[in-house]
Design a protein around this ligand. Structure first.
Ligand code: G6P
Ligand code: MG
Length: 215
């Protein structure tokens, strides 16, 4: 297959370009413990790609009591404050191996490059990583009504890039993200474990294995 198969590549951020998935995990783990909820890596897998309030609802579903909307907002704010503290020292050194090379390879092949992260911290993270200028379009998560696995965020990226979804390759580390790409009608490249990302068209271990001509 040639690189001409696509006109755009739309990347997820957390867990694909940088290992912030780890920091989300640590922040949710502390929040869960504070509410008496068991939390482990397996449960965290279901939270990847899920927006902040959606993730909180999933965690609190096994809490011993019910929460008011105000309490939930306060808990979400406290998780985010911890997360922001964890990422505050991020720099270009936190780019995952192969990330910059993958972005540059897409650009060099004449493709549009988009970012589709439901994180409201995405713009700040891109700035800290020093790669904000490498994207033709970054979706503003604050303006997305339905998070992954809904296709809205990938469809928004494609439409802003002026490319039809069928001409897009989406790159994701989350089960919900791969589902979002597939229901948008795009080809999905998974990052991680093929057994977990079973819905992806192809799965690689990381962007250091990214080879555009292969997909
Ligand atoms: C990404 C991460 C999720 C995170 C979500 C919202 O999708 O994979 O773990 O919950 O963004 O991030 P935010 O920074 O807005 O809380
Ligand atoms: Mg992700």
């Amino acid at each position: 297959m040639s690189t001409n198969r696509y006109k755009a590549v739309i990347f997820d951020l957390d867990g694909v370009i940088t290992d912030t998935a780890r920091y989300h995990y640590l922040a949710w783990k502390r929040l869960a413990a504070s509410q008496g909820v068991h939390f482990d890596e397996a449960f965290n897998e279901h939270l990847k790609g899920i927006d902040r309030m959606g993730s909180l609802d999933l965690i609190l579903a096994s809490a011993p009591r019910a929460y008011t909307p105000e309490e939930k907002l306060a808990l979400a704010d406290s998780k985010n404050a911890h997360y922001v503290e964890l990422i505050s020292t991020m720099s270009p050194a936190d780019l995952l191996p192969g990330a910059v090379e993958a972005l540059d390879a897409c650009r060099a092949a004449g493709l549009k490059v988009g970012l589709a992260s439901v994180s409201k911290n995405a713009f700040a993270v891109l700035d800290m990583l020093g790669i904000a200028g490498k994207f033709d379009y970054v979706v503003d998560a604050a303006r997305i009504a339905r998070g992954k696995p809904d296709p809205e965020i990938f469809l928004k990226a494609a439409s802003e890039l002026g490319v039809s979804p069928a001409d897009c390759l989406g790159v994701e580390d989350a089960v919900a993200g791969v589902a979002s790409i597939k229901s948008a009608g795009m080809t999905a490249l998974g990052i991680g474990d093929p057994a977990v990302l079973a819905q992806a068209d192809r799965v690689i271990a990381g962007l250091d294995h990214f080879a555009l001509a292969d997909y």
